[in-house]
Design a protein around this ligand. Sequence first.
Ligand code: SF4
Length: 479
Amino acid sequence: MSEPFDKFREECGVFGIFSHPDAAAHTALGLHALQHRGQEAAGIVSFDGAQFYSHRALGLVGDNFNSAGIIGKLNGYAAIGHNRYSTSGDTLLRNVQPLFGDFSFGGLAIAHNGNLTNAMTLRKQLIDIGCLFQSTSDTETIVHLIALSKHSSVEDRLFDALSRVEGAYSLVVLANDMLIGVRDPLGVRPLVMGKLGDSIIFASETCALDIVGAQYVRDVEPGEIVIVTSAGIRSLKPFAKVQRRFCIFEYVYFSRPDSMSEGKNVYEVRQRIGAQLAREAPIDADVVVPVPDSGVPGALGYAKESRIPFELGIIRNHYVGRTFIEPSDQVRHLGVKLKHNGNRAILENKRVILVDDSIVRGTTSKKIVSMVRDAGAREVHMRIASPPTTNSCFYGVDTPTRDQLLAAKYNVIQMADLIGVDSLAFISLNGMYRAVASINRNNTAPQFCDACFSGDYPIPLTDFENDATKKQKDLFAEV
Ligand code: SF4
């Protein structure tokens, strides 16, 4: 079997559109642009004014929403969609979003990017009072809380439900003649709003607006509930105001480089991080080489700042999918070479600065370094465009447990030794803040979530602390 994925893994992508005759087709396109945020499953729910229509499937958007037949059955002028990489709950069809519920006020579909940190605690309470859960997804907790709310309007019920949950959430909700976009009070996960003619769109990233030709209007604010109906748009800010804590790792790795995140172009931010890294950790060398693809913008920034030539010293094979299974023991040892190859013409006899976005377990870094040395590099210096990743994420990102994170166990010198480099350096936490937002980190009220680097978790980890994070035992198997 292949080794575990050696990166933090993007969480989910959401998309919603209101008042468009081809709502489902546009949602499929939006989800396609957000495919990097989740590749295990995809789903779309549409609404035509009377009836909801749903198609959810395991696999990629392009494999499941590629026929006029499927899209043609998703009737209506409004739709929401979801790309999933499971951070809680299993990869079962029942867990694939959008989730749908029938309520006294009508139907409601919900798609969630993020993770609730008290979902298991709430779930136990809800089961005790008779709620019947259909999935193991944390998002279903919100559906039950909406059902139990004593309020009458959809927005009051939604706010009531969200007042009880903790965690990170960017939601798109489709109720009768209503599309709603919501971000949690800290705004940990992204959600943007766009406009296409008279249609309003919500999406995890602006690249999903670009693909359908929509204009970026603004980010949904932390703690904001934006309600779109045939009568217009309303914005509610019912939560108590708290310091916003957007996920800084969106800039480092998760978001697509062509997206605008909180008003900043991700590609430019990554270049600035690379430049800051060059100022903080300079070294004499002949070439700056990115670890493809995520190390490319950082390496460009490093190269420009250090005036050392940027070269593609590692070439990536784009045709090795994540589902590739090595067919036999004979080729298993090839490991990273299936995806990357050292470009000998560039590397031979050179002093190389390798730039990557992060080190998680360190297994891939070690293989890449050995590949670069095998291709003739004389010295290999590694520079990392984020601080050491010392803590797991509980806010909607798939991360290894802390004991599997290299930086949680070893100091920089030990890590350099384990990876096999001549030197290793990470950008500082403050340096990353300066590159992202031209500010120093306010240590008493940090401006971003940076918990995976600092251990400073901005939202309580209730389930973790109650030891309730163990996977929900699934009593039902789909075969
Ligand atoms: S812990 Fe890290 S990955 Fe998770 S939300 Fe915070 S900054 Fe982002």
